[in-house]
Structures are given as C-alpha cells and as structure tokens.
Design a protein around this ligand. Structure first.
Ligand code: ACO
Ligand code: OAA
Length: 379
C-alpha cells in the first residue's frame, strides 16, 4: 500500500479559502479595490465614514443616508460609566491594544443582543464599536500622560473628533486629511491574519464581539498591525539618516526582520504605500521642523537601502508609522489607530462569513511519536 504525504501550506500561503465581495488586490495592476472602487479614488474623494458605509452595505451612501449614518455614529460615541471605570482600573503599563481588546470583550458582556447574529443586529454592533473604540483609544492615550479623558464632540466628524479627544484641540486640515487617508487605507484588506481570525471565530457561530476581540489580538503582533509601532521604534534606534545603511547591513546579517517591509500578497510594492507616502511627505513639509526633516530623510534612506540590499518594498505600516508620530500620537497608540479603521473590514467579513458559513477547520499532518503505552511510573 502506498501513502501520499499531503502538501503542506505553512502559514496557509497561497491557499484560497473562500470567496469575498468586499475587497480584492488586483495583481496585474497592483491595485486594491473596496466593493469595486479603487482605494486611491476613495481616499481622494470620500470621508472615512462613507468608506465604512460602503464596506458594510456594499454601496456608497447618498447624501441622506450619509447624514443619518453620521448622526447615528455620533450619538453612539459616549461610554457608559461602568466601561470608563473598568478601563481606568487596567494597569497603566498595559499596552493599549490590551485595553481595546478588553473593552470589546466587555461591550459584548453588556449587550443583551450579543448572541443575535442577524445582519441587522451585527450592523448595529459594528456601528457602536466604530463609534466607541476611538473614545477608548483617546482616553487611554491621555491616561498614559496622566490626563483626564475628554468627552467626544458630536459636532465633529470621526477623524476630527479623535484629535479633539486626544489633544483637546484640532490640528491643521492637512493633518486631519492625512489621518483620514490612513483610516481609509487601513480599513480593509481581504483575508489578512486578523480578518481571517475574525472569520474563524465567526465560523463557529460565536458572536461578533468574540470575533473582534480575537482579531484585535491577531492585529497586535509585529508581523501584522504591530509593525506600525515597530517602524517608529526602529527609526528611533537608528537615529540618523547617515547610519541607515550600516544599521540595515548589521540587522540583515543578524537575520532581523526589518519592520514595515515585505508583504504576503504584494511582492512588487504595497498598492497603498504611494498615496500614504505622499500624504506623509506633505506632513513633513507642513511641519517645517528639523526633527521631522531628519526622520523623513532617515525613513527615505532606509527604504532605498532595503530595496537595493533585498529588493523588498515597504508595506502600509512603513509610512503610516512615521505619519502617526508626526501627528503627535505616542507609539503605543499606532496599532489602536489601525483597529479604529479595520473594525469596518473585520465586521464586514463577519457579516459575509455568516451569509454562507462553513466551519473553518483545516487539517495538519501529525509528526509526533507513534502510538505507545503509558509507562508504569505514570499508571
Ligand atoms: C498591514 C500589515 O500587516 S503589512 C505587514 C506588516 N509586517 C511587517 O512589516 C513585518 C515585517 N515583514 C515580514 O516579516 C514579512 O514580510 C511578512 C510576515 C509581512 C510577510 O512574510 P511572508 O510572505 O511570509 O514572506 P517570508 O517571511 O516567507 O519572507 C520571504 C523572504 O523575504 C524575507 N523577508 C520578508 N520580509 C522581510 C523583512 N521585513 N525583513 C527582512 N527580510 C524579509 C524573508 O527573510 C525571506 O527570505 P528567505 O527566503 O531568504 O528566507
Ligand atoms: O493583507 C495582509 O496580510 C496584511 C495587510 O496588509 C493588512 O491587513 O492591511
């Protein structure tokens, strides 16, 4: 009898697990579309709220639909006292991704409709998370600086309100626009690790909060969303543009992963990088500040060195990490900013998974010891 060893796809690389109508990377043109619209087009013409609506409902909203959607999002922002007190009790040293993960888990425990997996109920929960997660992230940003939280302002849009809650002031329109572009670009990226995590949890018919809690855990890792923080730590470690090449050569010789570079899907450059890089360059120009110029020169030197040494291009986390620093956020806030955006993509996928669900349960090839008897000392 002959046995054939099944082909193993470690990391599920190249494995197609399902269909999706939410987004796709078009390899031939190296472009990304959400529901058929190129992200470049969306970033140039739409607000983040319009993109959230598009991802959830499949079409861009008309004026009336957008007006109502915005009003509902703004009304859902405030946190109740129990949530605020619970989050304030978490250790000040804990990472804000742990705070967000805990918050989502707690929102689930408080929601009497937690187990209602209907599309309408899940859309309502998704909107509530979209509205509340920035409030949690901003309060935690201020908590790390020993400052009291600032309540959301219902007269402000999603992006502006976040700056208001973090800093008590609004930055220039260029900064708000750059932030909004980052939110649009981060919103959705098909079957990435955190979205796939959300789909795996959903496939067991568990609830939306459990799926999002798990997705936050997956996004936190430095090979995924955590890379935007790691980029800034790396730039701080290198320090000066003139050391970029030497630092890179030593890091590669030590077999280190260079954060913000490489991608499982894009092998010739992440389609989102040019637009994010352009917005980040505008921030540097408008900052008119020697430190911003130093960081931008270092960022560029490392990008060129990485391309010439390894032929590896940056991913979205590379320009986004620098942009978030230039906007004034502390480094631990960077991945939570990604969550505030990706909550839209995750929840769109949760709804889609439920529309044609099949339990996600792959196989593994066993390579442990052969069957054996429990030894005498253990009997
Ligand atoms: C929004 C996002 O989540 S984007 C991704 C953010 N993550 C990062 O920036 C972390 C750094 N990047 C990486 O670790 C990888 O590029 C990943 C995990 C994103 C994708 O990796 P994979 O598709 O699994 O490719 P894999 O890890 O097999 O790498 C292929 C080769 O390129 C090399 N490589 C890929 N990325 C990098 C990198 N950032 N630094 C150094 N070498 C790299 C690998 O060492 C490997 O080389 P080898 O074949 O000589 O061993
Ligand atoms: O698609 C991926 O593997 C990672 C990524 O870029 C994202 O989630 O935005």
């Amino acid at each position: 009898m002959t046995t054939t060893t099944p082909e193993i796809h470690r990391g599920l690389a190249g494995v197609v697990v399902d269909t999706t109508a939410i987004s796709t990377v078009i390899q031939e043109t190296n472009s990304l579309t959400y529901r058929g619209y190129a992200v470049q087009d969306l970033a140039a013409h739409c607000s983040f709220e319009e993109v959230a609506y598009l991802l959830w409902y499949g079409e861009l909203p008309d004026t009336q639909q957008l007006h109502e959607f915005r009003a509902r999002e703004r009304a859902l922002r405030p946190l109740d006292r129990t949530t605020a007190e619970l989050l304030a009790r978490l250790p000040e040293t804990c990472h804000p991704m742990d705070v967000l993960r805990t918050a989502v888990s707690f929102f689930g425990s408080e929601d009497p409709t937690e187990d209602d997996g209907s599309t309408a109920a899940n859309h309502a929960k998704s909107l509530a998370l979209l509205a509340k997660l920035p409030v949690v992230a901003a309060a935690d940003h201020r908590r790390r600086q020993g400052l009291a939280p600032i309540q959301p302002d219902p007269s402000l849009g999603y992006a502006e309100n976040f700056f208001h809650m973090c800093f008590g002031a609004l930055p220039s329109p260029e900064v708000v626009r750059c932030f909004e572009i980052s939110l649009i670009l981060y919103a959705e990226h098909s079957f990435n690790a955190s979205t796939f995590t959300a789909r795996v949890v959903t496939s067991t018919l568990s609830d939306l909060y459990s799926a999002v809690t798990a997705a936050i855990g997956a996004l936190k890792g430095p090979l995924h969303g955590g890379a935007n923080e790691a980029v800034m730590h790396m730039l701080n470690e290198i320090g000066d543009p003139q050391w970029a090449e030497k630092w890179l050569d030593e890091a590669l010789a030590d077999k280190r992963r260079i954060m913000g570079f490489g991608h499982r899907v894009y092998k010739h450059g992440d389609s989102r990088v040019p637009i994010m890089q352009e917005a980040t360059d505008l921030l540097v120009t408008s900052a008119d500040d020697a430190d911003a110029a130093r960081l931008a020169a270092l960022h560029s030197a490392l990008r060129h060195a990485m391309l010439s040494r390894k032929g590896i291009h940056p991913n979205l986390d590379y320009p986004a990490g620098l942009a978030y620093h230039l906007m004034g956020f502390d480094i631990p806030t960077f991945t939570p900013l990604f969550v505030m955006s990706r909550i839209t993509g995750w929840t769109a996928h949760i709804t889609e998974q439920l529309e044609h669900n099949s339990l996600i349960r792959p196989l593994g090839v066993y390579n442990g010891p052969g069957q054996r008897a429990v030894p005498a000392h253990a009997r």
